[in-house]
Design a protein around this ligand. Sequence first.
Ligand code: 475
Length: 818
Amino acid sequence: MTEITAPKSAVTAEQFADEIREQLKYTQGVTVEQAKPADVYVAASAAVRRHLVDSWMKTQADMVNGNTKAVGYLSAEFLMGKQLENALLNAGLTDQFNKAVKDLGFSAQEIIDAEYEPGLGNGGLGRLAACFIDSLASLGVPAFGYGIQYKYGIFKQEFDENGKQIETPDYWLANEEPWGHIDYNRDQKVSFGGEVVEENGKKVWKPAWSVRAVPVDYMVPGYASGRVNTLRLWTAKSYDEFDLLTFNKSEYLDAVKPQVEAENISKILYPEDSTPQGKALRLEQQYFFVSASIHDAIRVFYPGQDKPDLTTFADKITFQLNDTHPVIGIPELMRVLMDEYGYDWDTAWKITNKTFNYTCHTLLPEALEVWPSKLIGELLPRHLEIIEKINDQFEAELKAKGVDDATIKDMAIYTGDSVRMAFLASYGGSHVNGVAELHSELLKDVTLKNFSDVYPDKFTNVTNGVTPRRFIKLANPRLSDVITEGLGTDKWLSDLELLQGLVPLAEDAEFVKKFAAVKQANKVDFSNFAKRKYGFDIDPNTMINTMVKRLHEYKRQALKILSVIADYADIKSGKVSADDVMPRTIVFGAKAAPGYYLAKQTIQLINNVARVINNDPDVKGKLNVYFPWNYNIELAMNLIPATDLDEQISQAGKEASGTGNMKFALNGALTVGTLDGANVEIRERVGAENFFLFGMTEPEVSALYAKGYDTKGLSREYYEKDPQLKAAIDMVADGTFSDGDKDTYKDLVNDWLTKDYFMTLADFRAYMDIQAQIEETYRDPMKWSRMAVLNVANSGYFSSDRSIEDYLERIWHTGPLA
Ligand code: 475
């Protein structure tokens, strides 16, 4: 007997169909006969939203009236993915929906497909925020996600006829968006510029201009918790009506200028991932959402109080700073407490320090935000004063602790010229965490070493996780059924460590075959999806080998494509007979930041390798490369369940965690990877024998830098000594992938041979060797599948529910609502 604990609403399919009809008629004014899938999508979304409203309101009331501290997750990005399917699952309405829309004459899939995916994030950091708010709600912890409702999300990626990335705007709000509710009556005023004056011995900020921050609320339904939290995304509106006088002179653009400028603040998501962008607009965005959120929290937790006792603020809500983007919240809360509510500095500092915690997501020093003081002074003059004073206090504290002057200087939050946001966050909050064990160790030993020396107790680790609801249950229903059957219960969806129960089944040939059949069926599905969406002809009987993530030199897509080229060159030169090749389909997905030149060259190279190889009869059916454009959550949900082999092959010591690797392991893919980020912990858990490890370790990387790898051009030696590597690079240089043009990739090739900062060439041999071992293993399908079962069974730790439990215990010190 299989125990089923998934939520199930008492509503019947007939009732749900009626609710959809009502929405269609009374809100949208269309009959069922007239309705298009997009109409039914809007109606069904509104209907499921209604089923969540009571829990939503009760959760808010319990949060405000109870004594459980809430979590405010401050994040410039929430990469949510489509909402309908997830809302149906958590409302227990999936079956009713499927039947209801069928009865209305539609397929469930076409309704789900009608939703436009919001792209309000760049990559890992934004997706993590989405997984975390899902888990907070599923654990019943009162929480707000606070961010920005960008009008334009991450750019849409296309490829031109030369294989180059083209970015086009993603206006995701072009059609009706049924999930967000704009609440004009809960707005906040956010001010900028101007000057600070003294009045009666008090500092008073006289800003020059203000924008209206209006919240757009999204429900965040928990799975099987009965709780629904709120994602509150702010949109910027102008206070100034347009200037009629100017407008009458038909100078329309001038007339609407102030309005346009104000609304620009929430217009676009910056498409950079891990590179700083010193743009005034970006600082405006950061201050905009953080200031609105802090004031919103005061409004929510001290309702109707003119003189609230904010000494209890840190008992009402704890703010998690998702990287440095919201760190301006620290001086903002200081300002609010002192200037708006009259608290003295020390009291304000205590409250602020207790309220904030900081998560760092990077190891690249250039990705830690540093703002020019001049810019902060112009935009937020009062905040700059407060930052200077925080820095003075900090220096005094360090002196008192006996820290030497040189170190104090190295640690400065405010250097005169600039403000270091990671340092401000490390000093201004109670805890600092990295996102995987190795990452947290490197933060303590390298990136934030001085801070960890002085404040060792602040530092902790919380290893990332992913939500099993979206990334197993919704993405991979077949595997979900096999797991439930294998475990005799579906409880694993809210307690993922139960997957451990599958370990013995790895020895059960029947189970392993069933598991393999799921993978095969998913591959067929993906092949059909790729045909429909991209026109690709993917052979589901080949190994599906996937590398999806942002395009970055440190992630080393170059290593992967060079290995593909090397294999191709071996076949072309006759060194290897095509008959001996184990058939493989390599799938890439990656966006490059629009200004990141080498990343864009790499995209172009991959596309052209794909073009040449896929059209070469010599390797037909043996080696194929596909690069579906515009990688997003939807593509991830189709591709991950179909993948046999995942790649996380970053240079050791560069990838903070990675979360794709977790999704793949949980869907029964094996990983080839370096000892980096969360790979280390995945390998520990699934067993070294079930993980394809290769490459230098972090200390080996450091040692090679010390020898002058990147400064003395040592990469060239690897090129000279390894004929396979040489053949691959020569093929790129000689125009094989650019119709004979030798210039197309010359900067890329030149970088490899003279600098190669991320040591692609140094790790090439080890990578080729591990790939040979992978092929051998894959030729034994039972062995491979057994290893894959063990990956699933031992990856339960990587649920974002577990991450959130770690945050609750180590950082937030709160828990579920009673
Ligand atoms: C890490 N994004 C992954 C993931 O912890 C890690 C940076 C600047 C501006 C906008 N976005 C960013 C990131 O830095 C980011 O996504 N970092 C990633 O965070 C979650 O798993 O290793 O690279």
